[in-house]
Each structure stands twice: as C-alpha cells, then as structure tokens.
Write a protein that binds this ligand. Structure first.
Ligand code: UT7
Length: 336
C-alpha cells in the first residue's frame, strides 16, 4: 500500500421496513393528485410508513441486528456506533445511544448521530473509514434510519408523496487481507442551498424575552429547486468519483443510488452509460427513505439476487443541507 493506513472491509449489511403500505391511490384521499402524476414524475407507486409506537429507533435496531448477524462480529467487539438520521423521534438521546442500549451492549463505547439527511450513509462510511484507517477503532456499526412520515406535512402534496420510512445498516471492520472495500469515497456540502429542504424545530422562546412565534410545521421543500440542483451536479460528480477510484465506469458492476426520484437516477445512469440491469431501483415500492435508502437498496438487491457479490458498486446520494456524497465499494461474498 505504501502507507500505514489500515484498509476497511464491509462485513455485513442489513435493512428493515415497516409493514404499512400507502399507495398513490391512497393519497388521493388526502389531496388532489393521481397515481399517474406521482408515478411519471417520481417513479413512486407506494411507500411504507411506521404505525403505532414504531419509530426510527425500532427500524434502526432491526436493521442493525440484521447487519451484525451477517458480519459475524460480536456486539461486544463493536468500538463505535454511528447513526445517520434526519427524522429522529427525539433530539436526544441520540439514536446511536438508543441502538447501543437496544442491542444490549455492555461495553461503554462512543455512539453519536450524523445529520446529513439522505447522504447520511455515505457520511457515516466516510467517518468510519477515517477511524479505521487511523487505527483508532476496528469494528464500527453504521445505522441509517428515518421515519419522515412523522415529519412531512400531510397536506402538502408536493412533498408528502415522496417520502417513506425504513432503515439500513452496515458493519465495517479493519480488513485482514490488505484489500480496502472502499476504493474511493467523497462527501460534500453547500450550505448556500440549505433553504431547498428545511425542517424547523418548534422550540419556544422564553416568554419573559419575547412572544412565542409559531414556526411552520413539517418538511418544506422546493422540489423543483432540489431537482435542478441535483440534476446539474450529480452525474458529473459521480463521473469524477469513478476517476478518483482509478477506474472506468465499465469496470464497475452496479450503480446503487439514493432513491429520491427515478429521473435523477436515470440521469446518472445515462452519464455512466449503464444498462438497466446494472442499476438498482426500488423507489417504486418504498419512495424516498432518506438516509436509509442506499443501504436498503444495497441489502435488498443482494438478498433478492439482483446484485451479485464479489463485485463493485457506486453508491451515491444527496439531501438536505444540501449534502451529497459517493463511494466506489467492493461487495464481498458473505456481506448479506
Ligand atoms: O432526498 C430529498 C430530495 N428531494 C427530491 O429529490 C425532490 C426532487 N424533486 C422532485 O422530485 C419534483 O420536483 C417533484 C416530484 C417534487 C415535483 O415535480 P415538479 O414537476 O417539479 O412539479 P412542481 O413542483 O413544479 O409543480 C408543478 C405543478 C404545480 O401546479 P401548478 O402550480 O403548475 O398549477 C403543483 O401544484 O404540479 C402541482 N403538483 C401536483 N399535482 C398533482 C404538485 N404536487 C402535485 C401532486 N399531484 N402530488
């Protein structure tokens, strides 16, 4: 390798989805819309949503358990838990701390959340890579979980059609054979575009200081603005990432993108010159599950045999912030 950096192995991936399904047809009971409008603009037919007491922690816990089992790593060997979420049920404790407790881990290890919206899994992988390559930690659990169905404004037909709930998880470890499963990784943000997707926290002023002012409720998104921004940057960004990996697009087996809009996915696919069988899409059934969308797409497509192991894949995503990121990874046998 020519340096002292420790390579990373992706040891296990897992996912979890709530059972309740909401179809486009169901949404016509809430506002003036149609299956045809939603499907042609987004590629979404239905999405899953939490119900009752179920929340992002439950989904994240299931996905984490799943990924840990696949990894063969004992929970007491974990050195760090990262949770990526933009829809936590509480501001604190962090989801990562909840997951530590739910898994029944006795060791006191660091656990914290990352707020990078739909880019959360890539941000988490990038942080994990830095810790592993420096030798600081060996085994890291990354959980990406969101239940945006509790945060969208269900009267806003421009936004609530898009989101679904779910969780995905990944266990990474120091590679024993010198091969790094993260061939290239990059994360970015541009806060100047922060107002494209916003969710205000409804904190209250001290009444002695000033009158409390009601803040707008639910996710507010400039859909057209997000679309234009992402369609402009993402295809070129992914192309640069492939170059950074020292590869050609043809050398890579799959594109496993964030599932936000089928037309954005197709723009990236076209730029890479990939046929449909190289591109993983499940947006039709789950909508946009935010941070969870990439790991769900990865784990489910392997489970269903669409993605073969012993291969390579491009992961890429974008979200509120605006944040975005991508990775070229190796998918070894046994991860799922
Ligand atoms: O990870 C989060 C990232 N977010 C995204 O990736 C969002 C990316 N953007 C998109 O996917 C698209 O912008 C949307 C699907 C959200 C919207 O599609 P659009 O073609 O950009 O529509 P628009 O917002 O420009 O609205 C066009 C028209 C408007 O009507 P008028 O003003 O032209 O009469 C909207 O009121 O469509 C109307 N509209 C709807 N009509 C039927 C908006 N939502 C709906 C709806 N059903 N659900």
């Amino acid at each position: 390798m020519g340096n002292n950096l420790i390579p990373l192995r992706i040891a296990g991936v897992g996912y979890s989805l709530p059972e309740t399904v909401i179809t486009n047809e169901d949404l016509t009971k809430l506002y003036d819309t149609s299956d045809e409008w939603i499907y042609t603009r987004t590629g979404i037919k239905e999405r899953r949503v939490v119900s009752g007491e179920e929340n992002a922690i439950d989904l994240g816990y299931q996905a984490a358990k799943n990924a840990i089992e696949k990894s063969g790593i004992d929970i007491e060997e974990l050195d760090l838990i990262l949770a990526a979420s933009s829809a936590p049920p509480d501001l604190y404790p962090a989801i990562a701390c909840h997951i530590h407790q739910r898994l029944g881990i006795q060791r006191q290890i660091p656990a914290f959340d990352i707020t990078a919206a739909c880019s959360g899994l890539i941000y988490g992988l990038s942080i994990a890579k830095a810790y592993i390559s420096s030798g600081m930690y060996k085994n890291i659990l990354i959980v990406a979980t969101d239940n945006n169905s509790r945060l969208v404004d269900w009267t806003d037909r421009g936004t609530s059609i898009l989101f679904g709930d779910g969780a995905g998880a990944m266990v990474v470890t120091a590679s024993e054979d010198g091969v790094d499963d993260v061939i290239a990784i990059d994360i970015k943000a541009d806060g100047n575009y922060g107002n494209l997707i916003e969710l205000a926290f409804d904190g209250k002023n001290c009444p002695l200081v000033e009158q409390y002012e009601e803040k707008p409720k639910g996710i507010r998104m400039n859909g057209r603005g997000v679309y234009t921004f992402v369609a402009k940057i993402l295809p070129h960004y992914v192309e640069e990432l492939v170059a950074k990996a020292g590869m050609n697009a043809d050398d890579i087996d799959y594109l496993i993108p964030h599932q936000a809009n089928i037309r954005i996915i197709q723009a990236v696919q076209e730029r890479l010159g990939y046929s449909d069988d190289k591109v993983v899409t499940n947006i039709k059934y789950y909508g946009n599950t935010s941070a969870a969308s990439i790991p769900i797409a990865l784990a489910e497509s392997v489970e269903k045999g669409k993605v073969k192991l012993g291969t390579t894949a491009i992961l890429c995503g974008f979200g509120a912030g605006m944040t975005w990121g991508g990775a070229v990874v190796r998918l070894r046998e046994g991860i799922c």
